[in-house]
Design a protein around this ligand. Structure first.
Ligand code: DGT
Ligand code: CA
Ligand code: ZN
Length: 584
Protein backbone atom coordinates (compact mmCIF):
# COMPACT_ATOMS: atom_id res chain seq x y z
CA UNK A 1 0.00 0.00 0.00
CA UNK A 2 1.09 3.54 -0.69
CA UNK A 3 1.08 6.38 1.85
CA UNK A 4 -2.28 7.62 0.61
CA UNK A 5 -3.81 4.17 0.76
CA UNK A 6 -2.53 3.55 4.28
CA UNK A 7 -3.83 6.96 5.35
CA UNK A 8 -7.25 6.20 3.86
CA UNK A 9 -7.33 2.84 5.67
CA UNK A 10 -6.42 4.47 9.01
CA UNK A 11 -9.05 7.16 8.50
CA UNK A 12 -11.61 4.50 7.76
CA UNK A 13 -10.67 2.63 10.95
CA UNK A 14 -11.17 5.84 12.97
CA UNK A 15 -14.55 6.48 11.40
CA UNK A 16 -15.78 2.92 11.81
CA UNK A 17 -14.64 2.85 15.44
CA UNK A 18 -16.60 6.04 16.06
CA UNK A 19 -19.67 4.41 14.54
CA UNK A 20 -19.16 1.52 16.99
CA UNK A 21 -19.27 4.02 19.84
CA UNK A 22 -15.55 4.11 20.67
CA UNK A 23 -14.43 7.21 22.54
CA UNK A 24 -13.27 10.22 20.53
CA UNK A 25 -9.73 9.95 21.89
CA UNK A 26 -9.15 6.51 20.39
CA UNK A 27 -10.81 7.43 17.08
CA UNK A 28 -8.79 10.61 16.73
CA UNK A 29 -5.58 8.65 17.25
CA UNK A 30 -6.35 6.91 13.94
CA UNK A 31 -7.27 10.12 12.12
CA UNK A 32 -4.14 11.84 13.39
CA UNK A 33 -2.01 8.86 12.40
CA UNK A 34 -3.52 9.05 8.92
CA UNK A 35 -2.39 12.64 8.57
CA UNK A 36 1.04 11.86 10.02
CA UNK A 37 1.59 9.01 7.55
CA UNK A 38 0.57 11.22 4.65
CA UNK A 39 3.05 13.90 5.61
CA UNK A 40 5.99 11.55 6.25
CA UNK A 41 9.10 12.37 4.27
CA UNK A 42 10.47 9.52 2.24
CA UNK A 43 9.23 6.16 1.07
CA UNK A 44 6.84 4.49 3.52
CA UNK A 45 7.87 0.96 2.49
CA UNK A 46 11.48 1.85 3.22
CA UNK A 47 10.62 3.45 6.57
CA UNK A 48 8.76 0.30 7.59
CA UNK A 49 11.54 -1.96 6.30
CA UNK A 50 14.13 0.02 8.27
CA UNK A 51 12.02 -0.21 11.44
CA UNK A 52 11.95 3.59 11.60
CA UNK A 53 8.21 3.85 12.22
CA UNK A 54 8.76 3.79 15.98
CA UNK A 55 10.65 7.08 15.72
CA UNK A 56 7.64 8.90 14.29
CA UNK A 57 5.80 11.02 16.84
CA UNK A 58 2.23 10.03 17.61
CA UNK A 59 2.57 6.46 16.25
CA UNK A 60 2.37 4.02 19.17
CA UNK A 61 2.82 0.23 19.15
CA UNK A 62 -0.73 -0.59 18.02
CA UNK A 63 -0.62 1.84 15.13
CA UNK A 64 2.86 0.70 14.15
CA UNK A 65 1.61 -2.86 13.80
CA UNK A 66 -1.41 -1.73 11.75
CA UNK A 67 0.64 0.42 9.40
CA UNK A 68 3.29 -2.26 8.95
CA UNK A 69 0.70 -4.91 8.09
CA UNK A 70 -1.13 -2.55 5.71
CA UNK A 71 2.09 -1.68 3.92
CA UNK A 72 3.25 -5.27 3.66
CA UNK A 73 -0.02 -7.10 2.89
CA UNK A 74 -2.36 -4.40 1.55
CA UNK A 75 -4.98 -5.20 4.19
CA UNK A 76 -5.63 -5.68 7.89
CA UNK A 77 -7.88 -8.13 9.71
CA UNK A 78 -8.94 -5.36 12.10
CA UNK A 79 -10.25 -3.22 9.25
CA UNK A 80 -11.93 -6.16 7.51
CA UNK A 81 -13.74 -7.08 10.71
CA UNK A 82 -14.79 -3.50 11.34
CA UNK A 83 -16.19 -3.24 7.82
CA UNK A 84 -18.08 -6.51 8.21
CA UNK A 85 -19.63 -5.42 11.50
CA UNK A 86 -20.93 -2.03 10.36
CA UNK A 87 -23.62 -1.56 7.69
CA UNK A 88 -22.37 0.54 4.78
CA UNK A 89 -25.41 2.80 5.08
CA UNK A 90 -24.10 4.17 8.36
CA UNK A 91 -20.95 5.43 6.65
CA UNK A 92 -23.07 7.05 3.92
CA UNK A 93 -25.17 8.84 6.55
CA UNK A 94 -22.05 10.61 7.76
CA UNK A 95 -22.16 12.67 4.57
CA UNK A 96 -25.28 14.42 5.83
CA UNK A 97 -24.75 17.77 7.54
CA UNK A 98 -24.97 17.55 11.31
CA UNK A 99 -24.84 13.73 11.30
CA UNK A 100 -21.73 12.78 13.25
CA UNK A 101 -20.93 9.20 14.29
CA UNK A 102 -22.76 9.62 17.62
CA UNK A 103 -26.03 10.63 16.00
CA UNK A 104 -25.79 7.93 13.33
CA UNK A 105 -25.13 5.30 15.96
CA UNK A 106 -27.99 6.55 18.15
CA UNK A 107 -30.49 6.23 15.30
CA UNK A 108 -29.15 2.80 14.45
CA UNK A 109 -29.42 1.61 18.04
CA UNK A 110 -32.89 3.00 18.74
CA UNK A 111 -34.69 2.86 15.40
CA UNK A 112 -32.61 0.29 13.54
CA UNK A 113 -31.83 2.78 10.77
CA UNK A 114 -29.02 1.45 8.58
CA UNK A 115 -29.67 3.03 5.17
CA UNK A 116 -30.35 6.54 3.88
CA UNK A 117 -33.75 5.35 2.61
CA UNK A 118 -34.78 4.18 6.06
CA UNK A 119 -33.53 7.44 7.53
CA UNK A 120 -35.62 9.39 5.05
CA UNK A 121 -38.73 7.39 5.92
CA UNK A 122 -38.12 7.84 9.64
CA UNK A 123 -37.76 11.62 9.19
CA UNK A 124 -40.92 11.80 7.12
CA UNK A 125 -42.90 9.91 9.74
CA UNK A 126 -41.55 12.23 12.45
CA UNK A 127 -39.85 9.37 14.29
CA UNK A 128 -36.45 11.06 14.27
CA UNK A 129 -37.69 14.30 15.81
CA UNK A 130 -38.94 12.47 18.87
CA UNK A 131 -35.55 10.90 19.59
CA UNK A 132 -33.45 12.30 22.42
CA UNK A 133 -30.96 14.85 21.07
CA UNK A 134 -32.68 15.35 17.70
CA UNK A 135 -35.83 17.50 17.49
CA UNK A 136 -37.85 18.89 14.60
CA UNK A 137 -35.14 21.25 13.37
CA UNK A 138 -32.52 18.52 13.09
CA UNK A 139 -35.02 16.25 11.39
CA UNK A 140 -35.72 18.97 8.82
CA UNK A 141 -31.98 19.51 8.25
CA UNK A 142 -31.47 15.79 7.67
CA UNK A 143 -34.27 15.74 5.10
CA UNK A 144 -32.77 18.72 3.30
CA UNK A 145 -29.38 17.00 3.35
CA UNK A 146 -30.85 13.83 1.83
CA UNK A 147 -32.53 15.88 -0.89
CA UNK A 148 -29.22 17.61 -1.62
CA UNK A 149 -27.36 14.28 -1.85
CA UNK A 150 -30.02 13.19 -4.33
CA UNK A 151 -29.31 16.15 -6.60
CA UNK A 152 -25.52 15.71 -6.61
CA UNK A 153 -25.75 11.97 -7.23
CA UNK A 154 -22.36 10.39 -7.54
CA UNK A 155 -20.55 13.39 -8.95
CA UNK A 156 -16.92 13.87 -7.94
CA UNK A 157 -14.90 17.09 -7.47
CA UNK A 158 -12.54 18.00 -10.29
CA UNK A 159 -9.43 17.80 -8.10
CA UNK A 160 -10.25 14.13 -7.46
CA UNK A 161 -11.64 13.20 -10.87
CA UNK A 162 -8.95 14.87 -12.99
CA UNK A 163 -5.93 13.07 -11.46
CA UNK A 164 -7.70 9.72 -11.84
CA UNK A 165 -8.59 10.61 -15.45
CA UNK A 166 -5.03 11.66 -16.16
CA UNK A 167 -3.60 8.51 -14.57
CA UNK A 168 -5.72 6.40 -16.92
CA UNK A 169 -4.93 8.62 -19.91
CA UNK A 170 -1.16 8.47 -19.38
CA UNK A 171 -1.23 4.67 -19.34
CA UNK A 172 -3.42 4.57 -22.43
CA UNK A 173 -1.08 6.93 -24.30
CA UNK A 174 1.75 4.50 -23.66
CA UNK A 175 -0.13 1.53 -25.19
CA UNK A 176 1.10 0.29 -28.57
CA UNK A 177 -1.16 1.24 -31.44
CA UNK A 178 -2.54 4.40 -29.83
CA UNK A 179 -2.22 7.36 -32.21
CA UNK A 180 -4.04 10.14 -30.31
CA UNK A 181 -5.68 10.06 -26.87
CA UNK A 182 -7.53 12.75 -24.94
CA UNK A 183 -9.86 13.29 -21.99
CA UNK A 184 -13.29 14.52 -23.13
CA UNK A 185 -16.57 15.45 -21.42
CA UNK A 186 -16.89 17.66 -18.37
CA UNK A 187 -13.27 17.03 -17.37
CA UNK A 188 -11.99 18.58 -20.58
CA UNK A 189 -14.41 21.48 -20.17
CA UNK A 190 -13.15 21.76 -16.56
CA UNK A 191 -16.51 21.74 -14.85
CA UNK A 192 -16.24 21.87 -11.03
CA UNK A 193 -17.48 18.28 -10.76
CA UNK A 194 -17.71 15.25 -13.04
CA UNK A 195 -20.14 12.36 -13.31
CA UNK A 196 -17.64 10.13 -15.09
CA UNK A 197 -14.39 10.06 -17.06
CA UNK A 198 -14.68 10.09 -20.86
CA UNK A 199 -11.58 9.01 -22.76
CA UNK A 200 -11.14 8.99 -26.52
CA UNK A 201 -8.43 7.17 -28.46
CA UNK A 202 -7.62 6.88 -32.14
CA UNK A 203 -6.11 3.68 -33.42
CA UNK A 204 -6.27 1.35 -36.40
CA UNK A 205 -6.91 -1.60 -34.11
CA UNK A 206 -9.32 -1.14 -31.19
CA UNK A 207 -9.38 -4.58 -29.60
CA UNK A 208 -5.90 -4.74 -28.03
CA UNK A 209 -6.41 -1.26 -26.54
CA UNK A 210 -9.76 -2.23 -25.04
CA UNK A 211 -8.22 -5.35 -23.55
CA UNK A 212 -5.32 -3.42 -22.05
CA UNK A 213 -7.66 -0.72 -20.73
CA UNK A 214 -9.91 -3.05 -18.75
CA UNK A 215 -6.81 -4.65 -17.24
CA UNK A 216 -5.36 -1.40 -15.85
CA UNK A 217 -4.56 -1.55 -12.11
CA UNK A 218 -7.12 1.18 -11.27
CA UNK A 219 -9.98 -0.87 -12.72
CA UNK A 220 -12.15 -2.52 -10.05
CA UNK A 221 -15.14 -3.48 -12.16
CA UNK A 222 -16.00 -4.11 -15.80
CA UNK A 223 -19.36 -2.56 -16.65
CA UNK A 224 -19.46 -3.34 -20.34
CA UNK A 225 -17.26 -4.06 -23.34
CA UNK A 226 -18.15 -3.69 -27.01
CA UNK A 227 -16.06 -3.44 -30.20
CA UNK A 228 -15.33 0.30 -29.85
CA UNK A 229 -16.39 1.20 -26.30
CA UNK A 230 -15.50 -0.12 -22.86
CA UNK A 231 -16.99 1.00 -19.55
CA UNK A 232 -15.30 0.31 -16.26
CA UNK A 233 -15.25 1.51 -12.67
CA UNK A 234 -11.86 2.87 -11.62
CA UNK A 235 -10.58 3.74 -8.19
CA UNK A 236 -7.56 5.53 -6.78
CA UNK A 237 -6.38 6.98 -3.47
CA UNK A 238 -5.64 10.68 -3.44
CA UNK A 239 -4.56 12.56 -0.32
CA UNK A 240 -6.19 9.90 1.82
CA UNK A 241 -9.48 10.01 -0.11
CA UNK A 242 -10.70 7.01 -2.06
CA UNK A 243 -11.97 8.21 -5.44
CA UNK A 244 -14.25 5.93 -7.41
CA UNK A 245 -15.62 6.85 -10.83
CA UNK A 246 -16.99 5.28 -13.96
CA UNK A 247 -14.80 5.65 -17.02
CA UNK A 248 -15.72 5.13 -20.67
CA UNK A 249 -13.10 4.49 -23.32
CA UNK A 250 -14.00 4.93 -26.98
CA UNK A 251 -11.71 4.00 -29.83
CA UNK A 252 -12.14 5.57 -33.29
CA UNK A 253 -10.03 5.84 -36.44
CA UNK A 254 -7.58 8.71 -36.58
CA UNK A 255 -9.65 10.29 -39.33
CA UNK A 256 -12.70 10.33 -37.05
CA UNK A 257 -10.76 11.53 -34.03
CA UNK A 258 -11.38 15.33 -34.33
CA UNK A 259 -15.12 14.79 -34.80
CA UNK A 260 -15.39 12.33 -31.94
CA UNK A 261 -13.24 14.59 -29.74
CA UNK A 262 -15.56 17.48 -30.39
CA UNK A 263 -18.70 15.38 -29.90
CA UNK A 264 -17.66 13.73 -26.64
CA UNK A 265 -16.27 16.95 -25.20
CA UNK A 266 -19.75 18.46 -25.29
CA UNK A 267 -21.53 20.06 -23.76
CA UNK A 268 -24.63 18.50 -25.17
CA UNK A 269 -26.14 22.00 -25.53
CA UNK A 270 -23.10 23.22 -27.45
CA UNK A 271 -23.23 20.15 -29.70
CA UNK A 272 -26.85 20.78 -30.54
CA UNK A 273 -26.00 24.33 -31.62
CA UNK A 274 -23.17 23.14 -33.82
CA UNK A 275 -25.20 20.35 -35.36
CA UNK A 276 -27.85 22.93 -36.28
CA UNK A 277 -25.19 25.12 -37.83
CA UNK A 278 -24.00 22.19 -39.92
CA UNK A 279 -27.58 21.56 -41.06
CA UNK A 280 -27.78 25.21 -42.14
CA UNK A 281 -24.77 24.45 -44.38
CA UNK A 282 -26.57 21.41 -45.77
CA UNK A 283 -24.31 19.06 -43.80
CA UNK A 284 -24.56 16.50 -41.06
CA UNK A 285 -22.25 16.73 -38.02
CA UNK A 286 -21.81 13.78 -35.68
CA UNK A 287 -19.06 11.90 -33.84
CA UNK A 288 -17.85 10.31 -37.11
CA UNK A 289 -17.60 13.27 -39.43
CA UNK A 290 -18.99 16.36 -41.11
CA UNK A 291 -20.50 16.66 -44.58
CA UNK A 292 -23.13 15.33 -46.93
CA UNK A 293 -23.39 12.05 -48.78
CA UNK A 294 -21.46 13.51 -51.70
CA UNK A 295 -19.01 15.73 -49.84
CA UNK A 296 -17.05 14.91 -46.69
CA UNK A 297 -15.36 17.85 -44.96
CA UNK A 298 -11.89 16.77 -43.88
CA UNK A 299 -10.51 17.91 -40.51
CA UNK A 300 -7.13 17.17 -38.99
CA UNK A 301 -8.14 18.74 -35.67
CA UNK A 302 -11.08 20.48 -33.97
CA UNK A 303 -10.06 23.89 -35.30
CA UNK A 304 -10.72 22.62 -38.83
CA UNK A 305 -14.28 21.66 -37.85
CA UNK A 306 -15.00 25.11 -36.44
CA UNK A 307 -13.38 26.72 -39.48
CA UNK A 308 -15.53 24.73 -41.91
CA UNK A 309 -18.59 26.03 -40.05
CA UNK A 310 -17.35 29.64 -40.29
CA UNK A 311 -16.28 29.81 -36.66
CA UNK A 312 -13.20 30.74 -34.74
CA UNK A 313 -11.79 27.96 -32.50
CA UNK A 314 -13.80 27.67 -29.29
CA UNK A 315 -11.81 26.47 -26.24
CA UNK A 316 -13.52 23.52 -24.44
CA UNK A 317 -14.16 25.62 -21.29
CA UNK A 318 -16.51 27.89 -23.25
CA UNK A 319 -18.59 25.14 -24.86
CA UNK A 320 -21.75 25.57 -22.79
CA UNK A 321 -23.96 27.37 -25.32
CA UNK A 322 -23.78 30.62 -23.41
CA UNK A 323 -22.86 32.81 -26.36
CA UNK A 324 -19.66 31.14 -27.56
CA UNK A 325 -21.07 30.27 -30.99
CA UNK A 326 -22.11 33.89 -31.61
CA UNK A 327 -18.73 35.14 -30.38
CA UNK A 328 -16.88 32.66 -32.59
CA UNK A 329 -18.91 33.78 -35.60
CA UNK A 330 -18.00 37.41 -34.88
CA UNK A 331 -14.35 36.35 -34.33
CA UNK A 332 -14.58 37.63 -30.77
CA UNK A 333 -13.51 34.63 -28.72
CA UNK A 334 -11.40 36.14 -25.93
CA UNK A 335 -7.78 35.09 -25.34
CA UNK A 336 -8.43 33.27 -22.09
CA UNK A 337 -6.23 33.71 -19.04
CA UNK A 338 -3.72 30.86 -18.61
CA UNK A 339 -2.02 29.29 -15.60
CA UNK A 340 1.26 30.78 -16.73
CA UNK A 341 -0.22 34.31 -16.50
CA UNK A 342 -0.53 34.12 -12.71
CA UNK A 343 2.23 36.10 -10.97
CA UNK A 344 1.28 35.80 -7.31
CA UNK A 345 -1.41 34.81 -4.81
CA UNK A 346 -3.48 36.62 -2.20
CA UNK A 347 -5.57 35.10 0.60
CA UNK A 348 -3.33 32.47 2.21
CA UNK A 349 -2.88 31.32 5.80
CA UNK A 350 0.14 30.59 7.99
CA UNK A 351 0.65 29.09 11.45
CA UNK A 352 -0.34 32.51 12.82
CA UNK A 353 -3.94 31.37 12.24
CA UNK A 354 -5.05 27.97 10.92
CA UNK A 355 -2.29 27.31 8.37
CA UNK A 356 0.28 24.53 8.80
CA UNK A 357 3.42 26.38 7.67
CA UNK A 358 5.37 29.48 8.65
CA UNK A 359 5.46 32.73 6.74
CA UNK A 360 8.88 31.93 5.40
CA UNK A 361 7.96 28.39 4.34
CA UNK A 362 4.87 29.65 2.54
CA UNK A 363 6.79 32.43 0.81
CA UNK A 364 9.50 30.00 -0.32
CA UNK A 365 6.89 27.55 -1.61
CA UNK A 366 5.30 30.40 -3.57
CA UNK A 367 8.66 31.22 -5.09
CA UNK A 368 9.20 27.55 -5.97
CA UNK A 369 6.04 27.75 -8.09
CA UNK A 370 7.68 30.53 -10.07
CA UNK A 371 5.48 33.26 -8.57
CA UNK A 372 6.61 36.74 -7.52
CA UNK A 373 4.48 37.54 -4.50
CA UNK A 374 2.86 35.82 -1.56
CA UNK A 375 -0.06 37.65 0.01
CA UNK A 376 -0.59 36.56 3.61
CA UNK A 377 -4.17 36.94 4.88
CA UNK A 378 -4.60 35.17 8.19
CA UNK A 379 -7.91 35.16 10.01
CA UNK A 380 -9.07 38.04 12.22
CA UNK A 381 -9.65 38.04 15.97
CA UNK A 382 -13.30 36.90 16.19
CA UNK A 383 -12.64 33.65 14.37
CA UNK A 384 -11.26 31.92 17.44
CA UNK A 385 -11.70 28.38 16.06
CA UNK A 386 -9.21 29.28 13.34
CA UNK A 387 -6.93 31.08 15.85
CA UNK A 388 -7.75 34.52 14.43
CA UNK A 389 -5.12 37.15 15.21
CA UNK A 390 -5.71 39.79 17.91
CA UNK A 391 -4.27 43.23 16.99
CA UNK A 392 -1.05 42.79 18.97
CA UNK A 393 -0.32 39.55 17.09
CA UNK A 394 -1.03 41.30 13.78
CA UNK A 395 1.70 43.80 14.66
CA UNK A 396 4.00 40.94 15.62
CA UNK A 397 3.33 39.35 12.23
CA UNK A 398 4.13 42.61 10.43
CA UNK A 399 7.46 42.76 12.27
CA UNK A 400 8.20 39.17 11.29
CA UNK A 401 7.32 39.89 7.65
CA UNK A 402 9.88 42.70 7.68
CA UNK A 403 12.47 40.39 9.25
CA UNK A 404 11.80 37.52 6.82
CA UNK A 405 11.92 39.98 3.94
CA UNK A 406 15.44 40.99 4.77
CA UNK A 407 16.65 37.46 3.95
CA UNK A 408 14.18 36.46 1.21
CA UNK A 409 15.13 36.80 -2.42
CA UNK A 410 12.96 36.50 -5.48
CA UNK A 411 9.62 36.59 -3.67
CA UNK A 412 7.83 39.38 -1.83
CA UNK A 413 5.37 39.00 1.04
CA UNK A 414 2.38 41.34 0.86
CA UNK A 415 0.70 42.22 4.15
CA UNK A 416 -2.97 41.37 4.11
CA UNK A 417 -5.71 40.02 6.31
CA UNK A 418 -8.82 37.94 5.87
CA UNK A 419 -11.05 40.01 8.07
CA UNK A 420 -14.35 38.60 9.24
CA UNK A 421 -17.52 40.35 8.19
CA UNK A 422 -19.40 40.56 11.49
CA UNK A 423 -23.13 40.06 11.94
CA UNK A 424 -24.00 43.69 11.18
CA UNK A 425 -21.61 44.01 8.22
CA UNK A 426 -18.91 45.82 10.17
CA UNK A 427 -15.34 44.51 10.09
CA UNK A 428 -13.52 42.56 12.78
CA UNK A 429 -10.65 45.12 13.17
CA UNK A 430 -10.79 48.86 13.76
CA UNK A 431 -9.96 51.30 10.97
CA UNK A 432 -6.59 52.19 12.40
CA UNK A 433 -5.35 48.59 12.29
CA UNK A 434 -6.93 47.99 8.89
CA UNK A 435 -5.00 50.96 7.53
CA UNK A 436 -1.77 49.12 8.25
CA UNK A 437 -2.45 46.30 5.76
CA UNK A 438 -1.56 46.52 2.08
CA UNK A 439 -4.86 44.82 1.25
CA UNK A 440 -7.92 43.44 3.00
CA UNK A 441 -9.92 40.32 2.06
CA UNK A 442 -13.36 40.44 3.69
CA UNK A 443 -15.18 37.13 4.26
CA UNK A 444 -18.25 35.76 6.01
CA UNK A 445 -17.43 32.90 8.39
CA UNK A 446 -20.38 32.97 10.78
CA UNK A 447 -24.19 32.95 10.99
CA UNK A 448 -24.67 31.15 7.67
CA UNK A 449 -28.35 30.72 8.44
CA UNK A 450 -29.19 34.42 8.01
CA UNK A 451 -32.11 35.30 5.74
CA UNK A 452 -31.03 36.27 2.22
CA UNK A 453 -31.83 39.95 2.51
CA UNK A 454 -29.89 40.36 5.73
CA UNK A 455 -26.90 38.43 4.39
CA UNK A 456 -26.84 40.52 1.21
CA UNK A 457 -26.99 43.77 3.21
CA UNK A 458 -24.28 42.47 5.52
CA UNK A 459 -21.86 41.72 2.67
CA UNK A 460 -22.72 44.92 0.79
CA UNK A 461 -22.02 47.00 3.87
CA UNK A 462 -18.60 45.37 4.17
CA UNK A 463 -17.87 46.04 0.49
CA UNK A 464 -18.67 49.70 1.03
CA UNK A 465 -16.00 49.92 3.75
CA UNK A 466 -13.08 51.92 2.32
CA UNK A 467 -10.46 49.50 3.71
CA UNK A 468 -11.80 46.43 1.91
CA UNK A 469 -9.92 45.42 -1.25
CA UNK A 470 -11.69 42.20 -2.18
CA UNK A 471 -14.51 39.87 -1.18
CA UNK A 472 -13.44 36.37 -0.05
CA UNK A 473 -15.38 33.12 -0.70
CA UNK A 474 -18.57 34.81 -1.76
CA UNK A 475 -21.15 32.10 -1.00
CA UNK A 476 -19.56 29.78 1.56
CA UNK A 477 -20.61 26.75 -0.47
CA UNK A 478 -18.92 23.38 -0.10
CA UNK A 479 -19.26 21.56 -3.40
CA UNK A 480 -21.36 18.39 -3.23
CA UNK A 481 -21.70 18.89 0.54
CA UNK A 482 -23.76 21.95 1.19
CA UNK A 483 -25.13 24.93 -0.64
CA UNK A 484 -23.75 28.30 0.31
CA UNK A 485 -25.53 30.76 2.57
CA UNK A 486 -28.50 32.50 1.00
CA UNK A 487 -27.34 35.67 -0.69
CA UNK A 488 -28.34 37.78 -3.67
CA UNK A 489 -25.10 37.53 -5.61
CA UNK A 490 -26.21 39.88 -8.36
CA UNK A 491 -26.85 42.59 -5.77
CA UNK A 492 -23.41 41.87 -4.29
CA UNK A 493 -21.81 42.22 -7.73
CA UNK A 494 -23.57 45.55 -8.13
CA UNK A 495 -22.15 46.77 -4.81
CA UNK A 496 -18.68 45.60 -5.74
CA UNK A 497 -18.86 47.43 -9.06
CA UNK A 498 -20.19 50.58 -7.41
CA UNK A 499 -17.42 50.67 -4.82
CA UNK A 500 -14.66 49.52 -7.17
CA UNK A 501 -13.99 46.35 -5.18
CA UNK A 502 -12.50 43.07 -6.41
CA UNK A 503 -14.02 39.62 -5.95
CA UNK A 504 -12.03 36.44 -5.50
CA UNK A 505 -12.41 33.15 -7.20
CA UNK A 506 -11.68 30.87 -4.27
CA UNK A 507 -9.64 28.16 -5.93
CA UNK A 508 -10.08 25.55 -3.20
CA UNK A 509 -11.62 22.74 -5.28
CA UNK A 510 -14.12 22.08 -2.48
CA UNK A 511 -15.40 25.67 -2.81
CA UNK A 512 -14.79 27.27 -6.21
CA UNK A 513 -16.89 30.31 -5.63
CA UNK A 514 -17.50 32.73 -7.31
CA UNK A 515 -18.95 30.21 -9.79
CA UNK A 516 -18.22 30.65 -13.49
CA UNK A 517 -21.69 32.00 -14.33
CA UNK A 518 -21.24 34.90 -11.92
CA UNK A 519 -17.61 35.35 -12.92
CA UNK A 520 -18.85 36.08 -16.42
CA UNK A 521 -21.36 38.60 -15.06
CA UNK A 522 -18.69 40.23 -12.89
CA UNK A 523 -16.51 40.68 -15.95
CA UNK A 524 -19.36 42.35 -17.81
CA UNK A 525 -19.65 44.78 -14.89
CA UNK A 526 -15.94 45.57 -14.93
CA UNK A 527 -15.20 43.97 -11.56
CA UNK A 528 -11.57 42.84 -11.24
CA UNK A 529 -11.27 39.17 -10.29
CA UNK A 530 -8.53 37.74 -8.08
CA UNK A 531 -7.72 34.02 -8.19
CA UNK A 532 -6.90 32.94 -4.64
CA UNK A 533 -5.77 29.48 -3.53
CA UNK A 534 -6.84 30.13 0.10
CA UNK A 535 -3.82 27.94 0.89
CA UNK A 536 -3.44 26.57 4.39
CA UNK A 537 -0.23 24.68 3.57
CA UNK A 538 2.58 24.93 0.98
CA UNK A 539 1.05 22.09 -1.03
CA UNK A 540 -2.19 24.04 -1.47
CA UNK A 541 -0.63 27.08 -3.12
CA UNK A 542 -0.82 25.58 -6.60
CA UNK A 543 -4.56 25.01 -6.21
CA UNK A 544 -4.80 28.39 -7.92
CA UNK A 545 -4.85 26.31 -11.13
CA UNK A 546 -8.42 25.21 -10.42
CA UNK A 547 -9.33 28.88 -10.06
CA UNK A 548 -7.82 29.57 -13.47
CA UNK A 549 -10.16 26.91 -14.90
CA UNK A 550 -13.16 28.74 -13.39
CA UNK A 551 -11.85 32.05 -14.72
CA UNK A 552 -11.53 30.55 -18.21
CA UNK A 553 -15.07 29.16 -18.00
CA UNK A 554 -16.11 32.71 -17.04
CA UNK A 555 -14.49 34.09 -20.24
CA UNK A 556 -11.76 36.00 -18.39
CA UNK A 557 -8.65 37.25 -20.13
CA UNK A 558 -5.35 38.02 -18.46
CA UNK A 559 -6.36 41.66 -18.02
CA UNK A 560 -9.51 40.71 -16.09
CA UNK A 561 -7.48 38.98 -13.36
CA UNK A 562 -5.67 41.19 -10.83
CA UNK A 563 -2.99 38.68 -9.85
CA UNK A 564 -1.70 38.39 -13.40
CA UNK A 565 -0.12 41.77 -12.82
CA UNK A 566 3.54 42.16 -11.88
CA UNK A 567 4.50 42.88 -8.28
CA UNK A 568 5.24 46.47 -9.23
CA UNK A 569 1.81 47.01 -10.78
CA UNK A 570 0.05 45.24 -7.94
CA UNK A 571 1.75 47.40 -5.30
CA UNK A 572 1.05 50.53 -7.31
CA UNK A 573 -2.63 49.68 -7.46
CA UNK A 574 -2.84 48.71 -3.78
CA UNK A 575 -1.11 51.99 -2.82
CA UNK A 576 -3.42 53.97 -5.07
CA UNK A 577 -6.40 52.42 -3.28
CA UNK A 578 -4.86 53.24 0.09
CA UNK A 579 -4.34 56.82 -0.98
CA UNK A 580 -7.98 57.08 -2.00
CA UNK A 581 -8.93 55.68 1.39
CA UNK A 582 -6.82 58.20 3.26
CA UNK A 583 -8.50 61.03 1.39
CA UNK A 584 -11.98 59.65 2.04
P1 DGT B 1 -20.84 14.82 -16.77
O1 DGT B 1 -20.38 13.47 -17.22
O2 DGT B 1 -22.23 14.83 -16.25
O3 DGT B 1 -19.89 15.43 -15.82
O4 DGT B 1 -20.89 15.77 -18.07
P2 DGT B 1 -20.47 15.42 -19.56
O5 DGT B 1 -20.61 16.66 -20.35
O6 DGT B 1 -19.14 14.76 -19.57
O7 DGT B 1 -21.61 14.42 -20.06
P3 DGT B 1 -21.59 12.90 -20.53
O8 DGT B 1 -20.47 12.13 -19.91
O9 DGT B 1 -22.97 12.38 -20.30
O10 DGT B 1 -21.37 12.97 -22.10
C1 DGT B 1 -20.13 13.37 -22.66
C2 DGT B 1 -20.36 14.19 -23.87
O11 DGT B 1 -21.00 13.42 -24.89
C3 DGT B 1 -21.32 15.34 -23.63
O12 DGT B 1 -20.67 16.45 -23.06
C4 DGT B 1 -21.80 15.59 -25.02
C5 DGT B 1 -21.86 14.24 -25.65
N1 DGT B 1 -23.24 13.73 -25.57
C6 DGT B 1 -23.70 12.81 -24.72
N2 DGT B 1 -25.01 12.58 -24.95
C7 DGT B 1 -25.38 13.40 -25.96
C8 DGT B 1 -26.59 13.64 -26.68
O13 DGT B 1 -27.63 13.04 -26.40
N3 DGT B 1 -26.55 14.57 -27.66
C9 DGT B 1 -25.43 15.24 -27.99
N4 DGT B 1 -25.46 16.13 -28.97
N5 DGT B 1 -24.28 15.04 -27.35
C10 DGT B 1 -24.24 14.13 -26.35
CA1 CA C 1 -18.71 12.79 -18.56
ZN1 ZN D 1 -9.16 31.92 4.16
Amino acid sequence: MTKDEVAAALDEMGTLLALKGENAFRCNAYHNAARTVQQLDGDLKQIVADGKLSEVRGIGDTLQEKITTLVKTGQHKFLNELRASIPEGLVQMLRLPGMGPKKVKALHDTLGIDTIDKLKAACESGAVASQKGFGAKTQQKILEGIAFLGTVGNRVRIDLALPLGRALLEQIKAMPGVIRAELCGSLRRRRETAKDIDILVSSANAQPIMDAFVALPEVVQLVGQGPTKSSIVATMHLDGTKVTLNADLRVVTDEQFPFALHYFTGSKEHNIRLRQRAIDHGWLLNEYGLGSETHRVPAKDEADIFKALGLEYIPPELREDTGEVEAAEAKKIPALVAESDIRGVFHNHTTYSDGTASLEEMALATKALGLEYFGVADHSQSLTIARGLPPNVVRKQWAEIDRVHAKLQGVTIIKGTEVDILEDGSLDYDDELLAGFDYVVASVHSLFGMPEEEMTARVCKALAHPAVTMLGHSTGRLLLKRDGYKINLDAVLKCAAEHGKMIEINAQPSRLDLDWVHVKRAKAMGIPIVINPDAHSPGELDLFRYGVDVARRGWLTKDDVFNTRSLKDVMKELHRRKGQRAKA
